[in-house]
Design a protein around this ligand. Structure first.
Ligand code: FAD
Length: 378
């Protein structure tokens, strides 16, 4: 740590007390890819102080949420700014269509708070029990609800950020696309105003299919038919087995009950056309409750491989994955413009849990999915 100004460290230590932690391993191995310390600010002023000190004493700072990013950045001799202590939520007043949250709030907590008012975020990641508002905003992505609402970026009304040097900035409108998804490179996010929806009449649905081809065909029919679901996702048979479901390929989703006339006939027709089986409401509910799996608020989090697939290529892509990556567990999320996000895990041998996708499998997944990349045409 000797290249970091002792004076700066003393100021940080005095200000943050026990909320500043030096990491011994960085000292033992000065070149190791580890942060030399972590600091836990409690409010915007403390974040500003850190960025000012960072600029003045040339201390590399790096934000950290829950650490579930699929491609985590290298934290080489950085001071990690951790947002665990900034977890404020301002629930909407009557008539407001947004919620305000601080960066350390995890998505499931946000969902639970909103649910108590019959509301919910328009989108949230499947890592919601762990991942934070700040972390997902810095990454951008597709998740639960993206079938209706698209990418996270399209669901952010404004973001408050602290820029390098300590300046505070409110980012809105077109400028959001430079900040959301910038992986912390544009500054630290200290608060966000996010779109919400009514969630108190959501109905989960599910169907089981004997082959990946049938599953993908039904997904495609629903998307092409513009069936007004809120969420549309799926699990291949390996993922279903890993969740202690029967070893069939599963389509699942949710929609507001008021849309049932627009959803149910099309859903039945898509299922029948692809030799599927409609799941009973309790079965659909059980699958819906596991939509976050394999992320839990406790225990280790596996890091999945990810690929984006063009919807029109979903059938051949899923079929090829079943042939070439036999046994790999896949969870799919369908998005508004026809993109399909695939998260993949290697089910752990002789264990009910899942482990990280191996690097080889990740590359193969990307190769298979990469061939289906292109302009969105379904
Ligand atoms: C099992 C599993 C399921 C997943 N499902 C999804 C999914 O459905 N959709 C999806 O898109 N992704 C998914 N992911 C990826 C990952 O969960 C998301 O990218 C997640 O939102 C990252 O949040 P985090 O709190 O873990 O952030 P971290 O991993 O801690 O950080 C991610 C990035 O954000 C930056 N950052 C963190 N906080 C701030 C801040 N306050 N200001 C500025 N920058 C900040 C960090 O420096 C880093 O660059 C999944 C990952 C796992 C392991």
């Amino acid at each position: 740590m000797n290249d970091i100004s002792e004076e700066a460290l003393r100021i940080i230590e005095e200000t943050f007390g026990a909320r500043f932690m030096r990491h011994a391993s960085g000292e033992a191995e000065p070149d190791a890819e580890v942060p030399f310390a972590s600091v836990f600010p409690e409010n915007v002023e403390e974040v500003r102080l850190l960025t000012r000190l960072g600029a003045q004493y040339r201390i590399p700072l790096m934000a950290r949420g829950a650490g579930t990013a699929l491609y985590p950045g290298r934290a080489v001799r950085t001071l990690l700014v951790r947002f665990d202590a900034m977890r404020g939520i301002r629930l909407p007043e009557v008539g407001e269509e947004w919620v305000e949250a601080e960066p350390g709030v995890n998505w499931l907590t946000l969902e639970n708070h909103l649910r108590s008012r019959g509301l919910g975020p328009t989108v949230y990641p499947t890592s919601a029990p762990r991942s934070t508002v700040g972390g997902w905003l810095a990454e951008n992505g597709l998740g639960v609800g993206s079938y209706e609402y698209g990418w996270l970026l399209q669901n952010v009304l404004s973001v408050e950020a602290v820029l390098a040097g300590g300046e505070r900035d409110l980012i809105e409108g077109e400028d959001l696309r430079y900040f959301v998804g910038s992986r912390g490179g544009m500054g630290f996010l200290v608060s966000a105003r996010l779109a919400i929806r009514r969630a108190d009449e959501d109905v989960p649905v599910g169907a089981a299919f004997r082959s990946a081809e049938n599953l993908a065909g039904a997904v495609l029919d629903l998307y092409r038919g513009g069936v007004p679901l809120w969420h549309l996702g799926f699990l291949n048979a390996s993922m279903a087995r890993a969740r202690s479901l029967e070893g069939e390929h599963i389509l699942f989703g949710a929609y507001p009950e008021s849309r049932s006339a627009g959803v149910e006939p099309s859903l039945r027709s898509a299922i029948d056309s692809h030799q599927g089986r409609l799941l009973s409401p309790p079965e659909a509910q059980r699958i819906w409750e596991q939509r976050f799996f394999p992320v839990d608020s406790l225990g280790p989090t596996p890091r999945p491989g990810r690929a984006l697939v063009q919807g029109a290529r979903l059938v051949p892509t899923l079929v090829e994955i079943e042939q070439k990556l036999a046994g790999v567990a896949i969870q799919g999320t369908v998005a508004r413009m026809g993109e399909v996000s695939l998260l993949a895990f290697d089910p752990a041998k002789e264990s009910p849990g899942l482990m990280d996708l191996s690097a080889t499998t990740d590359i193969e997944l990307l190769q298979v999915a990469g061939r289906s990349w292109g302009p969105w045409r379904w």
